[in-house]
Design a protein around this ligand. Structure first.
Ligand SMILES: Cc1ncc(C[n+]2csc(CCOP(=O)(O)OP(=O)(O)O)c2C)c(N)n1
Length: 375
């Protein structure tokens, strides 16, 4: 039987006054009654591996920006600053949970084993869609803001109908919360107790629009209106994001319906490589967030624990370089597809009108061939 959440709003949201955090900026560990029970397994080894994952996705992201600047990619949406949010979530969930993301979640794609050639193809314009969603349990990037939340809820309903244990995760930004799709998805998920995690990376800007313009109260307060419980966590604290994701997934898997996480973070770079953030935000703000760097925070914590941080940095450099080389090699290996392949995979069976268009396109390209050239 479906139950209707009846808890008062204040019981549905945690972290409103101050986002939940267990690792302070200086690397000291602080207790948190909500998250601590999910942190029992944290040891030096786990901290090192979380750090290395964050270092690798930062290197990968930096390289993709460089490739765009060299003209190798048409566009790239950088994730710098959001490493803890993406690795914290990515490392908390089994691979059978299905991710529905927008374009900035390349760190999650990396966690799901998406290869560099699959990650770059769309941004180089050599494919309409980068990878096989079922091979990676991750849908390809959605550019229509918030649309993936509806796909996630649909997938979650199907998973439940098939009595699968998996949940769907819908990842989106602060700007997306103003979209109708996201609100419809939350209303539907709450009404039918869909096993879905709504994961909002609040990186403070929707292109140039600061979050304060569209949200007078913390974003995590909105799902309460739908009866969806929410946690607001420090999105630059990888331990907090991981623990909150584990908590949410456990609750959803237990059949308690959807849950919402707001990871409060910051996009350090431009919205995409086409954007100039100096036109809408100032250096002082950027500097404040530089001090909250998710990687430095884990390093400082490991230092407090007496770990060999120099060795860790060297390892991070080595793995980062490997990721960079992978991207460089992948980009040059991506071949331009035959123009006609535009018509492939549009629909599962080709209807007459599409076949006609394909023939017309073929005739048109043949008409462009120089006189006397073989067709
Ligand atoms: C439905 C729709 N409206 C507008 C756009 C143009 N657009 C692209 S990115 C963006 C801002 C998105 O901001 P946010 O949801 O916070 O995600 P972020 O890019 O910061 O990760 C907008 C408005 C779009 N892609 N889709």
């Amino acid at each position: 039987m479906l139950t209707t959440p009846s808890a008062p709003e204040r019981d549905l949201v945690a972290g409103l006054a101050q986002p939940l955090r267990v690792l302070a900026e200086d690397g000291t560990r602080h207790p948190d009654p909500t998250l601590d029970p999910l942190l029992d397994d944290v040891d030096e080894e786990l901290l090192r591996s979380l750090h290395l994952d964050m270092a690798v996705i930062r290197a990968l992201d930096d390289e993709a920006v460089a490739l765009q600047r060299q003209g190798e990619l048409g566009l790239w949406p950088p994730l710098r600053g959001q490493e803890a949010a993406q690795i914290g979530l990515g490392r908390a969930l089994p691979e059978t949970d299905f991710l529905f993301t927008s374009y900035r979640e390349n760190g999650l794609a990396w966690c799901r084993g998406v290869g560099p050639e699959e990650m770059l193809a769309v941004w180089r314009g050599t494919a309409l869609s980068g990878w096989d969603p079922f091979a990676h349990h991750m849908a390809t990037p959605q550019v229509i803001i918030g649309a993936q939340t509806l796909h996630a809820v649909g997938w979650a309903m199907a998973a439940r109908a098939k009595r699968e244990d998996a949940l769907a995760v819908a990842c989106f930004g602060d700007g997306a919360v103003s979209q109708g799709d996201v609100n419809e998805a939350m209303a539907f998920a709450a009404s039918f107790h869909a096993p879905v995690l709504f994961f909002c990376q609040n990186n403070q800007y929707a292109i140039s629009e600061p979050v304060t313009v569209q949200a007078a109260v913390p974003i995590a307060q909105r799902p309460a209106g739908f009866g969806i419980p929410a946690l607001r966590v420090d999105g630059n604290d990888v331990l907090a994001v991981r623990a909150a994701s584990l908590l949410a997934a456990r609750r959803i898997r237990a059949g308690e319906g959807p849950m919402f996480l707001e990871a409060v973070t910051y996009r350090m770079g431009p919205h995409t490589t086409s954007d100039d953030p100096t036109r809408y935000r100032d250096e002082a703000e950027l500097e404040r967030w530089r001090r909250r760097c998710p990687l430095a925070r884990v390093e400082r914590h490991l230092e407090h624990l007496g770990a060999d941080v120099e060795q860790l940095r060297a390892e991070a450099q080595r793995r980062g370089d490997e990721a960079r080389t992978g991207l460089q090699e992948a980009v040059t290996a991506l071949a331009a597809p035959a123009p006609e392949s535009l018509f492939d995979n549009v629909l599962t069976t080709e209807p007459a009108h599409l076949r006609r268009q394909r023939e017309q396109f073929r005739a048109f390209t043949a008409s462009l061939a120089p006189e006397g050239a073989a067709s």
